[in-house]
Design a protein. Sequence first.
Length: 206
Amino acid sequence: MSGARAYLNPYAGLGSAEFADLMRRLGPPGDAVSRDVDTSLEQMRLGFADTMAALHATAAQLSEVEADPGQTMALLPAWEASFGLPDPCLGPSPTIQQRRGALLARLLAESGAAPTPAYFIGIAAALGYTITISTFQASPFGRPFGGPFGDGLAYTWQINGAALHYQGFQFGSAFGEPFAVWGTSILQCVLNRLKPAHTVLLFQYT
């Protein structure tokens, strides 16, 4: 089988040679239908084989790559249109990797999952950030002297992560995109939009 990409479907990488051989095998046996390379019939087979291989490669790309929101390239605008993207949190010139990350985050956000720490950690991971979450409790009556107190802490949670975020140039990135994207503004914008309305979100960077 030809083709550089490894597909899940073992037949996705069929190339011109395989389709030409398939047409030879499907033809009637005997000397009446020549299989010599120099014949017009064989040249016609090879021409059809090139076309069939190109169509097959396109179908494989659509089913194995473009159907995956984490890898899509050609269908990324269609994915975004279906989910109300690009996300304004990404700014005016997001990279392909940022757009894919925002798409994955939107899919997770619309999955109906409960807004737990694991949920928001997953949202951050989809955007390319590694975070932990700290939660607080209000001080109950009888708490030892010197401990933190305040009813507002019960509705406060804290994002812990790196102050500078590095996103490297990856396979599938568009030509001309920057090799690295620094900052946490995208993370803050998305999480502040998704957080429960009654909560207070803090960011603690190291």
